[in-house]
Design a protein around this ligand. Structure first.
Ligand SMILES: [Zn+2]
Length: 407
């Protein structure tokens, strides 16, 4: 029988211990060696050895001295901030956003481009924005360790291929290999709602949650579902299409082909479309139809809904009513989610901003009033602190999870 310390087992144990120490430093920094020993259960000698190697590899740095408990003041450790940086790419936002991020998910530099559906136009735009951020002065002497891309739609995680994205109008696009061909660092591609959960777990409010639902509100609506600590993808990876749950019998036709979908009642696009048709309610039907379709075109350019939300922020009564109506619909949907999954935490995020209080407060109020008492009393509903950077921070976490996990 092989002993635990022999051959590949000892290598595996060494890797696991190193990963364990890195994880404790990441989640508890600034932290002393003795505290790491206490939290990991490893011996002080093992910790000293592993930390020494991590410092040599410039993954960990000492940032001063902590309180003494009798002897020498202990050195405090944290993940090294500037030796390694990652590129985050968000294709799920209203515009293409690319950012340079450090290991804490902090954004050091950003670049934006308009999103268009033509792949031949969009791919050079993505590559150009990555190149711009990768060569900006903020990189300094750091090593770029990877590129994380978050995208809407159904993704084949193994190959990083977008199987189907209705929002981008992309089908079978091998995004990972397209980007990988142009850069020497590893590329990781993830679904928007899944990476949003990862961002919340690594840097946000959900660091200790095992049962969490991330409600992504943007041009569309979708959820990421974390059940017993694992992301739930469904039988064919399609779980989470919350926006296409039908909540209005005989409602308006949705782009998915169904009727009365939540997305058509509570998304940013729904807010913009409603604002356009309400503003024109005095006009004749032909003009109303024409202007509504023009507004829809502008919505596709992803500008209009924030004007309505901004007007609601300043107390404009008509904008407030439209935004509250959308919030009420979302609240009903969230109550259904809570009754179905009994999560401990619901995070509302995506393109909706923390300042959009009319929308968020209405949704939370309605969700709490509609939910069953037992699951309702144990759930916390919060807004993502990341606002419109949620996609970028999730994309960054996608890289850091791989880099620190395999270091
Ligand atoms: Zn639909």
């Amino acid at each position: 029988m092989k002993s635990a310390a022999s051959g590949s087992n000892s290598v595996e144990i060494g890797k696991r211990n190193r990963h364990l120490v890195l994880d404790v430093i990441r989640t508890h920094e600034p932290v002393s060696r003795s505290e790491i020993a206490r939290l990991t259960g490893l011996t002080p000698a093992t910790i000293t050895n592993i930390v020494g190697k991590l410092q040599k590899d410039r993954l960990v740095e000492e940032i001063g001295l902590g309180q003494s408990t009798g002897g020498r003041k202990p050195g405090l450790l944290q993940l090294a901030r500037n030796s390694r940086l990652a590129i985050a790419v968000d294709l799920a936002a209203t515009e293409l956003m690319v950012a340079l991020t450090n290991v804490k998910g902090e954004i050091l530099r950003r670049s934006k481009r308009e999103i268009v559906t033509e792949i031949a136009v969009m791919v050079p735009r993505i590559l150009d924005a990555i190149q711009e951020v990768m060569t900006c002065p903020e990189v300094g002497g750091a090593t770029i360790v990877g590129i994380g891309v978050t995208t809407p739609g159904l993704i084949d995680q193994a190959t990083g291929t977008i199987i189907k994205s209705v929002r981008l109008d992309w089908y079978h696009v091998p995004l990972k290999s397209i980007v990988q061909r142009h850069f020497e660092v590893p590329v990781f591609v993830g679904k928007d709602t899944t990476t949003a959960i990862l961002g919340e777990q690594w840097y946000g409010a959900a660091r200790h949650a095992n049962n969490l639902i991330y409600v992504w509100v943007g041009t569309g609506i979708a959820v990421g579902i974390l059940l017993d600590g694992r992301v739930y993808a469904g039988a064919t990876g399609m779980a989470g299409e919350f926006g296409h749950t039908s909540i209005e019998w005989n409602g308006a036709r949705c782009r998915c082909g169904n009727e009365g979908c939540l997305e058509g009642l509570a998304s940013l696009e729904a807010i913009a479309t409603k604002a356009a048709s309400r503003a024109l309610s005095e006009e004749d039907a032909v003009t109303r139809e024409k202007l509504a379709s023009e507004t829809r075109a502008r919505v596709d350019a992803r500008v209009e809904p924030f004007a309505v939300l901004d007007a609601a922020c300043t107390g404009d009564p008509r904008a407030c009513e439209i935004v509250r109506e959308a919030g009420r619909h979302l609240g009903v949907g969230i109550a259904n989610l809570i009754n179905l999954f009994n999560p401990e935490h619901i995070v509302i995020g995506g393109q909706i901003r923390p300042k959009d209080k009319e929308f968020i407060d209405t949704a939370i109020e309605v969700a709490k009033s509609r939910v069953l008492p037992e699951p309702g009393s144990s759930v916390t509903i919060t807004v993502s602190d990341f606002g419109q950077d949620a996609g970028l921070i999730g994309a960054a976490a996608l890289v850091w999870r791989e880099v620190l996990g395999s270091s």
